[in-house]
Design a protein around this ligand. Structure first.
Ligand code: NAI
Ligand code: MG
Length: 347
């Protein structure tokens, strides 16, 4: 049998880094079932040509044919474009990929790096302000804009459970709940309370006894992240805080171009680098492919192919440690393809 992998490079540097992830998977040979790649359309570039950002065909193939997928990045405009909405936000909802798991780990001293960061941001992936219910109306003080922030018990419970499971499987077993319930006592209050209640409802009872629970207001969490990143092990957060925290944490290990993620739920997994489409460097062949390559490894590990995942991670770690062939974001002068080739050689 084969492993069917949907590829959605989408926009910008997505087209440069997703092929690197594909090649890393191919280099594993018989370590994993024979990979079969299916290229799928999505993104803003596709929208400008065809009027749709996420064609039905891509959704159908992902749902009915693929075992997993790799997504690059989308260029979402900052102004409202009629008819456009972000395909990645849509895919997370359509495929019920309710968790975005973002490990941030330092390997070797790279420019700007703080010592030994080893944490995981577990981001809720389906609600919060990302329900995107916004409206604008005229008012006595000029136009008034409003956004709905949805937090449900169900989504908070399942992301909380996933975060407890991840914490349980790590050496420190420390879970920090990120919120702002001092101000948003109803929405963030529900998130905090529901995550805290996960151990009490666990099966079997006592399953999470070894996990230490901590909590931190999101603003001070960012402060502590920069002052003392070792304070954190697993951080669980509502959607928007989780997004911001993981970009911030990326700065601690040198570059966004190193940080992988998976979007996952109970039945599907989609690897995705944390970075965006990087229009400032797109098309120059200098995007760091390591975040995407590591996303492929995370995806394989989630599917149970830990040998393959470990081989990829080991190769990436070696390339970073050696420090000879790195892209400009890490202070090097190598191209995407040269870094990819170094990784492939080691796999
Ligand atoms: P970005 O992550 O694309 O770039 C931020 C900075 O990091 C830029 O200076 C960029 O050159 C650098 N960078 C990012 N990835 C890199 C890599 N692999 N190698 C080397 N340098 C890298 O974020 P930005 O500029 O705020 O957003 C650009 C576009 O990406 C926007 O349209 C935004 O909506 C979209 N975006 C999409 C995401 C997704 O698809 N999930 C996530 C974040 C942003
Ligand atoms: Mg982000």
């Amino acid at each position: 049998s084969s492993l069917k992998i949907g590829l959605l490079p989408a926009d910008g540097i997505g087209h440069e880094v997703i092929p690197a992830a594909r090649d890393a998977i191919l280099a594993l040979g018989s370590t994993i079932p024979k990979p079969e790649f299916i290229s799928l359309n999505a993104g803003f570039e596709y929208f400008t040509k065809k009027g749709v950002a996420l064609p039905e065909e891509s959704i159908d193939v992902l749902k009915n044919e693929c075992d997993c997928a790799l997504f690059g990045a989308v260029s979402s405009p900052s102004k409202k474009v009629v008819g456009y909405s972000s395909p990645i936000v849509a895919l997370r909802k359509i495929l019920d990929l309710y968790a975005n798991i973002r490990p941030v780990v330092s390997v070797a001293p790279t420019p700007g790096e703080k010592p030994s960061v080893d944490l995981v941001v577990v981001r809720e992936n389906t609600e919060c302000l990302y329900v995107k219910q916004e409206e604008i109306t005229p008012g006595p003080n000029g136009r008034e804009a409003r956004a709905t922030r949805l937090i449900t018990e169900r989504a908070s419970r399942r992301i909380g459970t996933m975060a407890f499971d991840i914490a349980l499987n790590r050496p420190r077993k420390l879970l920090t709940i990120i919120h702002k319930s001092n101000v948003l006592s109803i929405t963030d209050g529900l998130f905090r309370e529901t995550v805290r209640a996960v151990p009490a409802n666990a099966e079997p009872a006592g399953k999470y006894d070894e996990v230490t629970i901590a909590e931190q207001l999101v603003d001070s969490a960012v402060y502590k992240l920069f002052r003392d990143p070792q304070e954190f092990d697993v951080m669980v957060a509502p959607n928007l805080y989780g997004d911001i925290l993981s970009d911030a944490a990326a700065a601690l290990v040198g570059s966004l171009g190193l940080i992988p993620s998976i979007n996952t739920g109970d039945s599907f997994v989609m690897g995705e680098p944390v970075h965006g489409s990087a229009p400032d460097i797109a098309g120059k062949g200098i995007a760091n492919p390591l975040a995407s390559i590591r996303s492929a490894a995370l995806m394989l590990r989630q599917l149970g192919y830990s040998d393959g995942a470990n081989r990829i991670d080991k190769a990436v770690d070696e390339v970073i440690r050696e420090g000879r062939v790195l892209t400009p974001d890490l202070g090097g002068s190598s191209k995407t393809q040269e870094v990819t080739d170094e990784v492939l050689k080691r796999i």
